[in-house]
Design a protein around this ligand. Structure first.
Ligand code: SAM
Length: 769
């Protein structure tokens, strides 16, 4: 078919430039026989000054030797602008190709062309170099000489340089390709597609107006150029045809480019110069530099669907392009992938929950995404599900500044596990730290990692600073220094493993006459039972009474009540640095720290966070020590309005003058600065943990809870199953008057629950009344 383009314009102006577009439609290919002679009905194809003029494929810059075109003009009087009577086409058609060409012939030499050639000659560019580029440029700019001539034919010069550049690149590429092909016969490439890609690129280069490129480089456009509506979108449709085969589907893509946005469709709605993804939502253009590689991956690339919402609105896909990796890769099965991921989660992220499944995890991501997308319109970030209460807690400022000698324990770990959805705008440093610490709430401060998990909602643990040992808060007078240890306080009998000989060292037997630990590192059963009995029934054991009990004084009521008594507790004495035994001596357990797998978890029944074991624990096993801030009772009272504060009263030797008075008597609070024990919930009477004082060196019994050397340690009171919650009897009486902090409503569930008794007692009393 012949499109009579621009005939009016040319005719009226009498300019001898005509555009003939010959399209070869596949279906009509038989008409393009080599002997076809067509009579021109296009009167506007103006005659050439030299007839007949022959256009070869090379002249028309078609780039395909499969087609040649003879143009025979019969007008001998060029100056008269007489329409051409006929022209003859001699075609050797390739049904898969189409062409556009421009004939530039004037009846008189065109002054514009002359000037253009002159300007280029001045730059050292020959006519032969100018000619083909100028032809294209005229087509692209709709023969707008004003634009072409602008800035001393800058667009033309630019186009020539670009064409030379791309010619060189093509040559290099060609050589490389040849080399590659020779090297690897296995890399069988679809040549048609490859060629299509190349021709797409060529077309892209050719079709893009050079001024557009200049604009991209930030060199600006002249007023005249920008005012011209045609410049931004040259009429490409008349000059460009594309076979359907040149549109290629690829499964994955880098970023889209401006190029593609421009050349996405031609006037006929055909896709041009754009390589499409299978999924239009992720489609972009292939970057040129990766063209070769992508060509080899066309057939091998695949997309694996990892998870999808039920109706497919949300999907997690994995793109796999083995050839991009440059080696022979194979597609793993979903099952293999799932197993490998679960193994990774177990090893790297310590996700020990037996119910954890990667498949479900992916599914959860999809459903959360879908849920959020559904709710996005109606929910503000503050009202996102499960987050409000928790964020409120997180936002609460820490009650106290750390003491001056307190090391900074805030370590921002880089990796975020992202299991918890927290609105970005609300994330504080503390929130971030807690979310980051999902693998290990101790932030690496214990020898074992202790992860946290919340299987019920999206709350994260409350903010606190993990300290493996207790620290002294402001006023607590704790005077201990290693320098005070006298030589005669050393244990002379410690040697090797102190529990190995039939008679244990004097450290191991110092406090009770018999050893506290078995050779397996568990508490001796008799010793443990006595400690349990003390804790469960203190009235039956030795109590000490203060003249003025700090706890009573703390109530600040007019008539001071008498002291209720403080238990003189059994304790363990471990060997320590001054002993001559080895570090693995059996009388050293607590000082070696946590060695059982623990996990912080969110409890289901209103008790907030709790601590559980991930492995079976035998009776008498050491779990952890109690570390926190050492405060005076009066300091504690100032904090007591805080809900979660639940301290340990360090009353071992109250009754002596030293410890009297609210400003001297001490307690231990792990809420803001504490170790893992701060998560242990209370259980009345039959708790599975017990706290036992441990002296690592017997310097001052008054402060045996204090510092690494004198501490409280938790041991199991019975065998405990994996995943069982660890509980401890806080000793709280729930009658509101004994403790300096407000008691909670106990939800321990024990049949011995003191809180339940009190409630039922008061109900009975009411009934009686
Ligand atoms: C040492 S903290 C234990 C960790 C705490 N559950 C959390 O979420 O941080 C003590 C606080 O936990 C809660 N708690 C502990 N045991 C409880 C129980 N048996 N019933 C109700 N609340 C309890 C109380 O709020 C108490 O003040």
């Amino acid at each position: 078919t012949i499109s009579p383009a621009h005939q009016e314009e040319n005719q009226n102006k009498g300019v001898g430039i005509s555009t003939v577009v010959i399209r070869n439609r596949k279906s009509e290919s038989p008409r393009f026989s080599s002997t076809s002679k067509w009579r021109s009905t296009c009167r506007t194809v103006l005659a050439c000054s030299h007839a007949p003029t022959q256009y070869s494929a090379a002249d028309a810059d078609i780039g395909s030797p499969a087609l040649s075109l003879d143009f025979v003009g019969h007008d001998s009087t060029a100056t008269q602008s007489k329409p051409l009577d006929s022209f003859e086409l001699s075609l050797n058609p390739n049904p898969h190709h189409s062409l556009s060409f421009v004939s530039i012939k004037t009846m008189a030499p065109n002054t514009h062309v002359k000037r253009a050639f002159k300007a280029m000659n001045d730059l050292g560019i020959t006519d032969a170099q100018v000619k083909p580029v100028l032809k294209n440029l005229l087509t692209l700019y709709d023969k707008n000489w004003e634009l072409i001539a602008e800035d001393n034919y800058r667009a033309l010069a630019d186009a020539i340089f670009d064409s030379q550049e791309s010619q060189t690149t093509e040559e290099v590429k060609g050589k490389e390709k040849k080399g590659d092909e020779a090297e690897s016969s296995a890399a069988e490439v679809d040549r048609g597609k490859k060629k299509a890609l190349e021709s797409l690129e060529e077309d892209e280069d050719e079709l893009e107006p050079p001024l557009k490129r200049l604009r991209r480089r930030g060199e600006g456009v002249s007023a005249s150029a920008s005012n011209n509506p045609d410049l931004g979108s040259p009429n490409l449709e008349e000059h460009t045809t594309h076979d359907e085969d040149t549109t290629i589907s690829l499964p994955f893509h880098p970023q889209p480019t401006e190029n593609n946005a421009d050349a996405e469709t031609n006037g006929h709605g055909e896709t041009v110069n754009t390589v499409r993804a299978e999924d239009p939502r992720t489609s972009t253009t292939i970057e040129r530099y990766s063209e070769q590689r992508l060509a080899t991956t066309l057939e091998e690339s695949s997309t694996l669907e990892l998870a999808s919402s039920e109706t497919g609105e949300v999907k997690i896909n994995l793109s796999f392009a083995p050839a991009t990796g440059g080696s022979n890769l194979r597609v793993p099965t979903m099952e293999e992938l799932r197993r490998a991921m679960e193994d990774k989660c177990l090893r790297s992220y310590k996700i020990l929950d037996p119910n954890f499944s990667v498949g479900r995890f992916m599914g959860d991501i999809v459903s959360c995404f879908l849920e959020l997308s559904k709710n996005a319109a109606s929910h503000s970030p503050e009202t996102l599900p499960f987050l409000t209460t928790n964020i409120g807690v997180l936002k609460k400022p820490a009650a106290n500044q750390p003491p001056e000698n307190l090391p900074t324990n805030v370590e921002e770990k880089g990796e975020s596990m992202g299991l918890v959805v927290v609105p970005e705008c609300q994330i504080s440093a503390d929130d971030f730290r807690l979310i980051s610490s999902i693998n290990d709430v101790t932030l690496g401060k214990e020898t074992l990692e202790i992860p946290w998990v919340n299987e019920f909602n999206s709350k994260v643990p409350p903010p606190f600073r993990y300290i493996p040992q207790s620290y002294v808060y402001l006023d607590a007078a704790v005077k201990f220094s290693v320098g005070n240890i006298r030589d005669d306080q050393r244990c002379s009998s410690c040697c090797g493993d102190c529990l190995a000989p039939s008679v244990a060292c004097s450290c191991a037997t110092a406090l009770s006459g018999f050893t506290s630990y078995t050779k397996d590192g568990l508490l001796q059963n008799d010793f443990l039972e006595e400690c349990v009995s003390e804790a469960r029934d203190p009235q039956k054991h030795v109590l000490q009474f203060c003249k003025e009990c700090p706890l009573e004084k703390a109530k600040n009521i007019e008539i001071l009540e008498s002291c209720k008594g403080h238990l003189k507790r059994k304790a363990i004495k471990e060997c320590w640095i001054n002993c001559g035994c080895i570090n693995k001596c059996g009388n050293r357990v607590v000082q070696h720290g946590i060695h059982n797998k623990l996990q912080v978890f969110f409890t289901p029944n209103g008790r907030g966070w709790g601590l559980r074991t991930l492995q079976k624990l035998p009776k008498g096993a050491f779990v952890c020590e109690f570390a926190g801030e050492i405060l005076t009772i009066s300091e504690l009272i100032k904090r007591s309005s805080e809900k979660l504060t639940f301290p340990v009263i360090l009353d071992a030797h109250w009754g002596s003058e030293k410890a009297s008075g609210v400003d001297k008597a001490l307690c231990l609070d792990g809420m803001h600065y504490g170790n893992i024990s701060r998560f242990i919930n209370h259980r009345c009477s039959d708790a599975n943990l017990i706290d036992i004082p441990v002296h690592v060196e017997n310097m001052d019994f008054n402060y045996y809870h204090v510092m690494k050397l004198n501490l409280l340690a938790f041991f199991t009171t019975r065998d405990i199953e994996a995943l069982e919650e660890l509980t401890w009897d806080y000793g709280v009486e729930f009658n509101d008057h004994v403790y300096p902090t407000l008691p909670f409503h106990c939800q321990c569930g024990s049949e011995f629950c003191r809180n339940v008794k009190r409630i039922s007692k008061s109900k009975k009393a009411k009934k009686r009344a």
